[in-house]
Ligand binder design. Structure first.
Ligand code: ARG
Length: 706
């Protein structure tokens, strides 16, 4: 089946025979093995939320442009605008250290279910049970980290029915090697985002560095040399056609395929619409500022892209849930489950209470879900409150007469480092508008009884005008400027924080959330914990002959399927591949999202495709589709043929299947991939960096198996 994000250690047992039937030529050990080099050694989690793959013996990495975006932005200034112009390091010495970017490569994984469950008894109160499990998980992870040599953790699967350990090597010296201009790497912008047909060159190039023994370092080290990976991927010039076997290894972030109908309903009725509305407002204000100057455009580029990405996702998912009757389908499935449970006394005992509990818990959660959403999207959606919230632990510590001065010092240093990063990309005038607008909505939309205390002050003393209150806050806070914050941190006292209006506001919002909202949520969550476990176990029991893959949770997975076109809706057929012709069709010099760089226009009009044209059509391929089951976090993942060669990079999903994180629809769900030949063309012909292509192992072994 095309559905499924599979754990590599189970491929041999669960999927291998099926994969072979569909065109896989590698052995199971070549995909995942702890002892010999395998695919897992060529792939890693990039910057904590994306995927990247090695494509040379010298640690060269490919990932998406939108994954490298933050790093590319951090190196950009109006005078040297890498986002706008693109960049290729002429030599390794000019590759740009990018602090904070990490590459985690899996060493091994193990089933830890029985170890995690040690000491757990059937009748145990849920809170005690959860605490014991968390303690066991942490101890097992700490132990496997071998005193910091590895990054290791135990994650839960199937709603907490199974537990696995993951041990990674973390490389902290990752340098930017190259990127196309934004007009290529983000071509089509938010208009084309989450949609097919696509013409985006969504890639960027990095390199992993290691010490003289080829071991990871925590950060940049001058003496480091390019890392030599256990395995890297050859890049294929074969090109794709309908039915070719394709697999993707990567780090999908989160799916909720076992979310009950009541949870889906809360999402559709409350969470998505308010998130969309609040983000809409924030994005409009940011966009106005970004249009004012290059400085502001660069400062807000990365924040804008990430908020806009899920803004559009929520919109598409809401539309999809209605169009595809996602909730109705789930309800029917739950009705089947209820029948299956009712038919047998043991099942009744095990599963029957769960279904009732789930509906009740969501019913209760709906009463303050808006408070949770507005806390996250408005309370922390403006930057000044989010920043001021970071000072709450310091205030507590400063008020504690028994506090250890060393601990205070450490916390202050952490805040200092955070402040430097924060102010690099902060504009107080913009944020003041965001603060006023979002907080006004917060006050209007959330039930009065659930509101923070500061809302009453604004109502009584400022005539409920958050714009007026914003004037007061931004005039009087020291937290809206770098110098003010640094002066405070040089000589911090609790009294200064207590007197600061931004701090007061943040503290009031946070305290209200922590004392009035969160505990009520946790109450329902502790009911939902065991209920969800039973729900998932019941579903798996009822469909005993279906092999389920666990929901995504940012751990390494493999998806396999095929290159395939699709029908978007009645009478609408989408081809499986786009070409450079489409770039020229979309080109619009008056629309920033569809500007094409002059050099690219010249090359494309001259059909100067170099060796990268498709052998069958003579066209320059840009993007293609597969049926692979992926989600956010897979961004940058290698799309690999049956021989283990790189065909492209996964970078998006399609509009018709935005419900894919909730249900997999085989007819509609596609992964959008940038063709490796377009990547190489962009590096070589457009970017003038043929040395990077020479560093790769470019192969042409004929048509793909499958
Ligand atoms: N939708 C893509 C994903 O979540 C991100 C695309 C980024 N591009 C953009 N125009 N914002 O993987």
């Amino acid at each position: 089946a095309d559905e499924g994000m599979w754990l590599p250690m189970f491929i041999k047992r669960l999927n291998y025979a099926d994969m072979q039937k569909k065109g896989l030529k590698l052995t199971a050990d070549e995909i995942y093995s702890v002892n010999t080099s395998s695919l897992k050694d060529a792939v890693g989690q990039f910057a904590g939320g994306c995927t990247a793959e090695f494509v040379s013996a010298q640690g060269l990495l490919l990932t998406n442009h939108h994954c490298g975006y933050g790093a590319i932005q951090s190196h950009s200034t109006p005078a040297n605008d890498l986002l706008k112009n693109g960049f290729y390091a002429p030599s390794p010495a000019q590759e740009l250290p990018s602090p904070g970017i990490t590459m985690d490569v899996l060493v091994r994984m193990d089933d830890m279910t029985s170890q995690v469950m040690a000491g757990v008894t059937p009748g145990m109160p849920e809170a005690d049970r959860a605490a014991l499990i968390a303690k066991n998980q942490k101890a097992l992870g700490d132990n496997a980290s071998e005193n910091g040599k590895y990054v290791a953790y135990v994650r839960d699967f199937f709603g907490g029915n199974e537990f696995y350990l993951f041990v990674y090597q973390r490389f902290g010296d990752v340098r930017l090697v190259g990127t196309p201009p934004e007009s290529v790497g983000k071509f089509g912008g938010d208009t084309d985002n989450w949609m097919w047909p696509r013409h985006t060159g969504d890639f960027s190039v990095f390199r992993v560095y290691a010490d003289k023994d080829n071991q990871p370092t925590k950060g940049y080290e001058k003496g480091n040399k390019p890392f030599s990976p256990k395995k890297f991927l050859p890049v294929s010039m074969a090109g794709v056609s309908e039915g070719d076997f394709a697999m993707i290894m990567g780090f999908p972030g989160r799916t909720q395929r076992f979310l009950p109908a009541a949870g889906l309903q809360m999402m559709l009725d409350q969470t998505h619409p308010s998130s969309i509305k609040l983000r809409d407002t924030r994005l409009k204000i940011w966009k106005e500022s970004m249009n004012q100057s290059a400085d502001l455009r660069i400062k807000y580029a990365s924040k804008f892209a990430s908020i806009a990405n899920y803004w559009k996702y929520f919109i598409g998912q809401s539309e999809g849930m209605k169009r595809l009757k996602t909730i109705e389908t789930k309800k029917a499935e739950e009705a089947r489950l209820a029948q299956w449970v009712a038919a047998d006394a043991t099942r009744q005992k095990e599963y029957a209470p769960a279904l009732a509990t789930i509906d009740q818990a969501y019913q209760r959660m709906r009463e303050y879900n808006l408070s949770t959403v507005y806390y996250r999207e408005a309370g922390l959606g403006n930057e000044i409150t989010a920043f001021a919230t970071r000072f709450i632990p310091l205030q507590k510590l400063l008020k504690d007469p028994k506090a250890d001065p060393a601990e205070v010092k450490k916390m202050v240093e952490g805040l200092q480092a955070g402040a430097t990063a924060f102010f690099k990309d902060y504009d107080a005038a913009t944020d003041k508008k965001v603060f006023a607008a979002l907080m006004q909505m917060y006050a209007a939309d959330v039930p009065k009884a659930q509101q923070p205390e500061v809302f009453q002050i604004v109502e009584k003393q400022y005539g409920n005008s958050w714009a007026k209150y914003a004037d007061f806050v931004f005039t009087n806070t020291f937290l809206a400027s770098k110098s003010g914050t640094e002066a405070f941190l040089a000589n911090p006292t609790a009294a200064k924080l207590d007197a600061d209006p931004a701090f007061q506001t943040a503290n009031s919002i946070y305290t209200n959330y922590a004392t009035n909202i969160l505990p009520k949520n946790q109450e329902q969550m502790s009911l939902l914990g065991p209920a969800n476990r039973a729900y998932v176990a019941g579903m798996r029991g009822m469909n005993a002959n279906k092999v389920y893959s666990p929901d995504a949770n940012s751990t390494i997975r493999l998806s396999y399927g095929a290159v395939k076109a699709y029908n978007g809706r009645d009478a609408v057929h989408y081809d499986l591949m786009t070409t450079a012709q489409g770039i020229l069709e979309k080109e619009d010099p008056t629309n920033p999202e569809f500007v094409v760089p002059q050099k690219e226009l010249d090359l494309l009009k001259a059909k100067d495709y170099g060796r990268y044209a498709d052998q069958r059509t003579g066209q320059l391929p840009v993007a293609f589709l597969t049926t692979n089951d992926i989600t956010g976090g897979n961004s940058g993942s290698p799309v690999i043929n049956g021989r283990g060669e790189l065909l492209g990079l996964a970078f998006d999903g399609n509009w018709e299947a935005m419900t894919g994180d909730l249900v997999y629809d085989a007819d509609l769900k596609r992964t959008i991939c940038v063709d490796i030949r377009y990547v190489l063309w962009c590096i070589d012909k457009l970017g003038g960096a043929p040395q990077l292509v020479s560093e790769m192992q470019v192969v042409n072994n004929g048509p793909n198996p499958g």
